[in-house]
Design a protein around this ligand. Sequence first.
Ligand code: ATP
Length: 296
Amino acid sequence: MRPLLQTRNLQAGYQGRAVVQGADIIVRPGEVVCLLGPNGAGKTTTLLTIAGELPPVDGLVMLSNVPTFTPMYQRVRDGGIALVTEERLVFTKMSTRDNLRIGGGSVEAALALFPELESRLSVRGGMLSGGEQQMLALARALSRKPALLLADELSLGLAPLIVDRLLSAVRDAADQQGTGALIVEQHARKALKYADRMYLMARGQILLELPAAEAIARLDEIEEAYLRGTAETEEDHIERKRRKDKKKQWRRQRVRERELTRLTGSLVSTRREEDDEFYFEKEQIRRDRAMRERRR
Ligand code: ATP
């Protein structure tokens, strides 16, 4: 079967410096593939590069056999890619139903994968539990029937039952919709239970590729050799990720502030926060108009 995703000698990293060295990864339609490895191995960097969020330092990302260079929003829009991270991207003030609608897929398709969300449709995203929020984020991504799902630590910090629930939905989407999935998971044993294959990455390199059943049979040995020694409890791991996310949010906020200062000409302290969206909308209308005029 033609691969949905193929990376060829992928070098991925930051500011031109590769932290992932020559990864060759394949995901076929309907296949769930785990990317396992210790902290700092380069798993997130690989996923973000496949998603188009980071440009590759070298090598190729091929989607359905076509080398792809477009940014993430285009891959999501045209290429049928969905990226779900541990961030549980849910609009807290919107109802569950509207959160599902905004994804562009059908609410029915989302409920078919997560029937438990039906009784929560009128509840605001912010009132859902952490597990429900992540179900919602995953349901929204899968309801668009993406060709390729990229999932980065979906189940971080969630209860074991929820971890199973999320992973089994990924399995169902693969079996029923033909979605191919590349998933990064801390819970190696659980993830392998729902997967077809796995890659093991350490220090930026793929060291091992095995069918999931064989990986489960050899998991003690694999954990001993590669996954232990990271000396990090799940709590520490979550705390470190939280700090990383905070930094990311802070950077986003700075970009936002710069853009607002450019649009309004006024300093942050003299602006009313509730007016910010107005300026962004005005700018969006201006850009849309300019684009239409250019097309004419
Ligand atoms: P983890 O479980 O820690 O997230 P990972 O396998 O996902 O592990 P990555 O987050 O991909 O690892 O990090 C791989 C390497 O890239 C690490 O050495 C990390 O320090 C470095 N790195 C991650 N993000 C950045 C960044 N924004 N700028 C520079 N280096 C980074």
